[in-house]
Design a protein around this ligand. Structure first.
Ligand code: MTE
Ligand code: MO
Length: 263
């Protein structure tokens, strides 16, 4: 991404980046024991993008924040609210067409058989049964219009619908005191998230895009959608979900992308 493109992207995404930064910094300030961990996420979480420099200590975080609060009237108010939800948008703001992205070209999207499909569930859960799509569609559904941010320098607003992931985890009797939830995908992509994000009210196990079954390019049959996380943390074509205390890594994370990848 060149500088002009990057600057334009920053301007367009300032609101989202600010909100992400607020949540992250709220946590840093409130939970000193997590500082070392969060410093890593801050460098990718938006604050450093906005300030243009690596944030390595509390002083540079403060400096970056004072610059940001100058940009935003809400000022200090947004600094100390780590439970803030990611912004949602009206349907009229949906980006059309919504971009496709994967570690391969659009012509190589995996074909998943709708009838034969079974979601595998394993690890620290009481009920390790597999799930058909019909069973997943029978669970209570919700939808949301949120902004997807890709580290490659684009963002887009889309509408995803499905099962709140917290409900699904409760339904399978997941040990919600475990540290990680891991995902294996039919295109051999994989990623993992922290339990707090898994239980976040806006984290959805999505089966639809724009009120229709999730099309292959957006991850048929299922994508985990987290508006609090960057694009690469949102796995498409999910084949297996597991709950674990052993760090599972991820496709991009194992190549150096930040594991936390969001707020
Ligand atoms: N299975 C799978 N999930 C994936 C990826 C992938 O290559 N394979 N790419 C990730 C990245 S980097 C982005 S930006 C989004 C793109 O989602 P979209 O095609 O719906 O825009 O999917 C994420 N999830
Ligand atoms: Mo991405």
């Amino acid at each position: 991404m060149n500088n002009t493109k990057h600057s334009r992207w920053l301007v367009e995404n300032t609101d989202t980046i600010l909100k992400e930064a607020r949540r992250e910094v709220g946590r840093v300030v409130e939970q000193p024991s997590r500082r070392a961990f969060l410093k890593r996420s801050l460098t990718l979480g938006g604050l450093s993008l906005l300030s243009g420099c690596a944030l390595v200590d509390e002083e540079s975080i403060e400096t970056a924040l004072s610059k940001i609060s100058g940009l935003n009237d809400k000022g200090q108010g947004w600094l100390f609210n780590p439970n803030q939800l990611a912004p949602t948008y009206p349907d009229s703001m949906i980006t059309r067409p919504f971009p496709f992205n994967a570690f391969y070209a659009e012509s190589e999207i995996p074909a998943v058989d709708e009838c034969g499909y079974r979601l595998e569930v394993s690890g620290l859960v009481a009920d390790r049964k597999n799930w058909s799509l019909a069973e997943l569609r029978a669970m209570p559904q919700t939808d949301q219009v949120t902004r997807h941010i890709c580290v490659e320098g684009w963002s887009a607003i889309g509408k995803w619908g499905g099962v709140p992931f917290a409900s699904f985890l409760r339904r399978i009797g997941a040990d919600t005191s475990a540290r990680f939830v891991g995902f294996k995908c039919s295109d051999d992509y994989y990623t993992s998230i922290d339990m707090a994000t898994a239980m976040h009210p806006q984290t959805l196990l999505t089966l639809t895009y724009d009120n229709k079954p999730l099309p292959p390019r957006y991850g048929f049959p299922m994508k985990l959608r987290m508006p609090t996380k960057l694009g690469y943390k949102n796995p498409k074509h999910i084949q297996a979900i597991f709950v674990t205390n052993t760090y599972p890594g991820g496709y991009w994370e194992d190549q150096g992308y930040n594991w936390f990848g969001g707020s």
